[in-house]
Design a protein around this ligand. Structure first.
Ligand code: 5GP
Length: 177
């Protein structure tokens, strides 16, 4: 059990399960991009641990770029998006893989993809550790999904609650009051 501020979280996905799934995802990416040299775009802050573990298992040659968007506060998605920060290189004609921590309503990833697609990359795929299909409000194709989960607030392994709790190896879920 984990208590952060006023919230209690219980174990949800263990570190071993996460790592095993990441190896599978990396294997798929290695196959799919065997003849390409993609640019991997890591969406900070939440995806930093997932991305680090995933790319350690990639055997393809790739470039890595870090971007940020801010769209979320506390446990409710606001749906309000800000500009992509940190994309300083042009991505036209490149194969892009966007790495996200979680797709909830889908607004964040759709906004990122729209902004990237405006630069006409050769291809664009998405790898997300977690996906909440029930919460999705914008249709989106997700090529690499770690785990489909129910519509509950999760924490740990990069994901935060009010800036806290990112530093765990397991993923936890909020105990609803
Ligand atoms: P979306 O735009 O898909 O609704 O939300 C995406 C962003 O909201 C994620 O990148 C993440 O930062 C945050 N988010 C969505 N669901 C959760 C959750 O269950 N836990 C945490 N910690 N963040 C979430």
């Amino acid at each position: 059990m984990l208590t952060i501020k006023d919230k209690t979280f219980v174990p949800f996905i263990t570190a071993d399960t996460i790592q095993a799934r990441i190896q599978e995802l990396a294997g798929q990416i290695n196959q799919d991009y065997a003849t390409r040299q993609p640019r991997i775009i890591i969406v900070l802050n939440g995806a930093f641990i997932f991305a680090a573990d995933l790319i350690k298992h990639l055997t393809i040659t790739c470039e890595i770029t870090f971007i940020r968007v801010a769209s979320y506060s506390a446990t409710q998605s606001t749906g309000q998006l800000k500009q992509i920060i940190g994309l300083n290189e042009p991505v036209a004609n490149q194969d892009l893989i966007v790495i996200e921590d979680i797709v909830d309503t889908g607004f964040t990833i759709c906004e990122i993809c729209d902004q990237l697609k405006a630069q006409q990359p050769a291809s664009l795929s998405i790898a997300t550790l977690l996906f909440k299909p029930v919460a999705l409000r914008k249709p989106i194709d997700l090529q690499y999904v770690g785990f489909e989960i129910e519509n509950r607030f999760v924490l740990g392994y990069g994901l935060d609650y009010d800036g806290l709790g990112r530093n765990t190896q397991d993923i936890f879920v909020l105990v609803e009051a």
